[in-house]
Design a protein around this ligand. Sequence first.
Ligand SMILES: CC(C)(COP(=O)(O)OP(=O)(O)OC[C@H]1O[C@@H](n2cnc3c(N)ncnc32)[C@H](O)[C@@H]1OP(=O)(O)O)[C@@H](O)C(=O)NCCC(=O)NCCS
Length: 197
Amino acid sequence: MSRAGSISTSAAAAADAARAARYDAPVAVIRYGRPGDEEQLVELGTTSYTEHFGDLWSPEALARFLAGQLSIERIRGELEEGDAVRYVVAERDGDLVGFAKILRDRPIPALEGERGLWLQQLYLLPKVTRQGIGSVLLEAVTGIAEALDQQRMWLDVLRSNTGAIRLYERHGFVRRVEIPWATDVREIGMWVMTRLL
Ligand SMILES: CC(C)(COP(=O)(O)OP(=O)(O)OC[C@H]1O[C@@H](n2cnc3c(N)ncnc32)[C@H](O)[C@@H]1OP(=O)(O)O)[C@@H](O)C(=O)NCCC(=O)NCCS
């Protein structure tokens, strides 16, 4: 093979690798959660919550909180009912790596008369954070809210979770009002954030 030929072959290989990296890095399959996903959702939510927020609680209170929020029975019931509450999941290579829990047409705390699609939970496995999957999930949820004719989306986020707040602001959410929130050992507070659609 000529020298020029080998250069262009390696250039093509590099271009292929670059293209693959661009597509593979942030991409996961996004779909609605369905019955059968409950065990992976519990595992994922528990792992992510404990990693990021476990230190805010005493160990016993953390276990009680997680057992209430992320029980297999509760999530199975929500997946089977499948309308008022929806899980939007990100799947990579057949495994769930992240999810958003959404509820449509919910009143917004401390904002009299305002309603919208509530993004109640957004969790990613620690090993896949900061690769763009949270943003992909957020945009998928926005598309769902628009398709459901919701006028706004809203969420509450710990005031100490500055990384997530930055992400939400980048996606058009604004901080509206602070509400109290505490664990058994700490006062932290939450921001209620909304995004008009
Ligand atoms: C918040 C979360 C869903 C974001 O998903 P992600 O895929 O990591 O986000 P993206 O890669 O699309 O965007 C990255 C941005 O997220 C924010 N962010 C995410 N994780 C962060 C961390 N550990 N520290 C600081 N910022 C973080 C930052 O704004 C970051 O942008 P930057 O890199 O320019 O600082 C994910 O990190 C997560 O599961 N965190 C733990 C649970 C949580 O906080 N959920 C939100 C509760 S309201």
